[in-house]
Design a protein around this ligand. Structure first.
Ligand SMILES: *Cc1c(COP(=O)(O)O)cnc(C)c1O
Length: 436
């Protein structure tokens, strides 16, 4: 990394200075954003590889009678010997990592991120105006699950389901809505849901309604593939995920589906939605998939959950109110406005700025009933990134203590500065150079 940095310094000092500053920021503050992580050096190097120079529109195979003819070159331009090899490898590894039976499933590794992956799925099976069900953004759903400001809500008829009063998925309501609206597709999964998802039950509801079930496991994919959360297959017809959150790969998206849906998915990604795939990213994905098959990764996933539970316990003991009352995965959603512990904050926007002063990087989040998304009442915390650094239960108790102090002392600049110094000092022990 030293040589790369000095090369950049000579080549373009202006940009190098910003890259350096970001590296220092990541090394000295605590990332509690549940969708962030640190990639391995191997993933970083693949991203910087010569594949970034190559166009590879098309696929490294043709569909013939429902099967991929892997020996045939389906690219539009020449010079594809190596792009074909790397994409075939990425697909093979994705199927091995994510599906119960690689022969019966298909993987498309070309989506540029999670949002394009979801849009491609809708584009593959719905016409503009067709109905689908998704979790409301106000209750932890993703923008691409049909929010009105998103193209998925603008182009399709999106019907939102919500959570019950205990902040749990309300499967009876989903079934009712499915009966009432006959959607073509039901999408499940969330960005801010601390509890487990019952994919089996959702699969039954979808089949009863004649709808496809899409499980968007962007946040929890690492728990699903290591047995720390129920797996969406075989209940879901399709699975979408990002590869840069819990999976620790490059910033990208991935679609997995039953094999018979493969041709429609491929067509929807390219030429339906995208042009050339980012082959450097595909190479980095292949590396991340292999890393996620290791024993180390399995232990990592277990520790993520134990760390989240520990943090939840510490904060609950201090009177913080947790949406759902607990966590069963990698994230916690705190209601920091209505917490009954004398630590009530003005709003999540304000508190997240104050926490950042202390070196605690987290994100504000809407909770049910919030009217202003820019000034929500919640804060979302997650443990995937700190767990990658090697932090365990002991450190989570320390982090919980900092959160309490930074909330109680949110108006007190001197206290925030003291916490910032303490965090920077802990990060010196935990942020190995290769990560940032
Ligand atoms: C993060 C996320 C996405 C979108 O990913 P981007 O890569 O940011 O486009 C989609 N769905 C869910 C549930 C997510 O959490």
């Amino acid at each position: 990394m030293e040589t790369i940095q000095s090369y950049l310094n000579q080549h373009d000092p202006e940009v190098a200075a910003v890259l350096d500053a970001e590296s220092i920021r990541q090394k000295s503050t605590l990332s509690l954003i549940p969708s962030e992580n640190y990639t391995s050096m191997a993933v970083r190097l693949a991203l910087a590889s010569s594949f970034t120079n190559k166009y590879a529109e098309g696929y490294p195979y043709f569909w013939e009678n429902g099967e991929r003819s892997m020996q045939k070159n389906g690219r539009y331009y020449r010079g594809q010997a190596n792009t074909n090899d790397i994409e075939r490898l990425a697909i093979e590894r994705a199927l091995k990592l994510f599906t119960p039976n690689p022969q019966a499933y298909h993987a498309n590794v070309q989506p540029l991120s999670g949002s394009p992956a979801n849009l491609a799925v809708l584009h593959a099976f719905l016409k503009p105006g067709d109905t689908f069900l998704g979790l409301s953004l106000d209750y932890g759903g993703h923008l691409t699950h049909g929010h009105r400001v998103n193209i998925t809500g603008a182009s399709y008829r999106a019907v939102s389901y919500r959570l019950n009063a205990d902040y749990e998925l309300d499967y009876d309501e989903i079934r009712e809505l499915a009966r009432l609206h006959s959607p073509k597709l039901i999408i499940c999964g969330a960005t801010a849901y601390p509890l487990q998802i019952d994919f089996q039950r959702l699969g039954e509801i979808a089949r009863e309604a004649g709808a496809l079930l899409v499980a968007d496991i962007a946040h929890i994919c690492g728990l699903c593939v290591t047995g720390h959360h129920p797996h969406p297959f075989p209940h879901a017809d399709l699975v979408t995920t990002t590869t840069h959150k819990m999976l620790r790969g490059p910033r990208a998206g991935l679609i997995l589906c039953k094999k018979e849906l493969g041709p429609a998915i491929d067509q929807a990604v390219f030429p339906g939605l995208q042009g050339g795939p980012h082959m450097n990213t595909v190479a980095a994905m292949a590396i991340a998939f292999r890393e996620a098959m290791s024993e180390d990764y399995k232990m990592y996933a277990g520790q993520i959950v134990r760390n989240a539970k520990t943090l939840a316990e510490v904060l609950q003991a201090e009177g913080f109110s947790l949406m759902g009352g607990r966590t069963e995965n990698h994230l916690l959603l705190l209601d920091i406005v209505h917490s009954d512990n004398g630590l009530a904050a003005k709003d999540g926007h304000w508190l997240s700025i104050r926490w950042e002063r202390a070196g605690l990087i987290a994100n504000k989040n809407a909770v049910p009933g919030d009217k202003k998304p820019w000034y929500p009442s919640g804060m979302r915390l997650g443990t995937p990134a700190v767990t990658t650094l090697g932090m365990k239960e002991v450190e989570m108790r320390q982090v919980g203590d900092w959160i309490v102090r930074a909330t109680r002392g949110a108006d007190n600049d001197a206290e925030l500065e003291r916490i910032r110094v303490e965090i920077a000092s802990m990060m010196e022990r935990f942020a190995p150079r290769q990560f940032v």
